[in-house]
Design a protein around this ligand. Sequence first.
Ligand code: ACO
Length: 321
Amino acid sequence: MTIKSIIKGCGGYLPEKVLSNHDLAKMVDTSDEWIKQRTGIESRHIAAEDETTSAMAIKAAEDALLHADMPAADIDAVIVATTTPDLTFPATAAHVQAGLGMAHGFAFDVQAVCSGFIYALTTADSLIQAGRAKNVLVIGAEKMSSIVDWNDRGTCILFADGAGAVVLSAEETDEQKGILSAHLHSDGRQKDLLCTSGGPGTTGDAGVIHMEGREVFKHAVQHLAEAVDEALESNGIAPDEIDWLVPHQANIRIIESTAKKLGMSMDKVVTTVATHGNTSAASVPLALNAAVKDGRIKRGDLILTEAMGGGFTWGSALIRY
Ligand code: ACO
């Protein structure tokens, strides 16, 4: 028997305030039609000014614990994937640990921008397989609105806020269940195509998002196609064996291109981009949570998830839910 990492529960949180494309058209020179056509986004959630990344992460974590029917006392590690930490330090995961009333285990952040959740999930899976943790809270949480340049119509229409979480638990089994594979990649040579204009070690502030949209789009389509191929090949499975594609929600055109590459019809693809926008590290767990809670994803289903983000970073995970 081997140790497998099983998703015991999922959770999510979206801030109350909804910003529509029509609202954005009053702020910058854009239109609902342009945004919908180029990105598939219709509206997105924006955190209140005093609502922190950790506050959203805690709500998503509590939702996931409830779904897993597990008290916080049973969690032995908290990993938060975020680009928008509450403070430069301590880690947002430490804020979450405190918020959950935990004085045990360990907590740290992972920074891989939009791929953050895949990186955090892979890290948690490795800790579980190595016997270093039994129950891990894996959270993707972002307040992207705090680093958006609200005068840049090329980026302010895309990004949004929210948090998603899973409880990942160790199980000794011979069955092919839980996380079946995870693959991570990065190419630091492309770091300037999607970055912020500042940081603690340079400008002393967080900076705002800078993106070469067309270049990012091109790389995203290519890397995500390679990532899904890699996941299929390493598991020896055919595309038609996948029940659900749960992709990073950046742009409906990028998602459609990955689905096309897999020969999958869009009704097997979980999309939340229309009403969530791009919530960076929160996007995959939020999409997973939505499809689990509305009953589309069922126990035993085979899920392929992927993401790509600044760095560039990208990766995939194949999961038997
Ligand atoms: N409203 C109206 N016009 C706009 C807007 C806007 N919000 N933004 C840009 N334009 C204009 C541009 O100025 C340009 O005008 P010009 O031709 O007169 O110069 C024209 O629209 C076309 O601009 P492009 O940037 O070439 O438009 P494109 O079709 O590439 O769409 C977009 C832009 C949506 C940003 C696209 O490039 C994209 O989605 N890229 C991927 C970026 C992404 O998803 N990043 C997220 C992080 S990484 C990730 O998660 C994968």
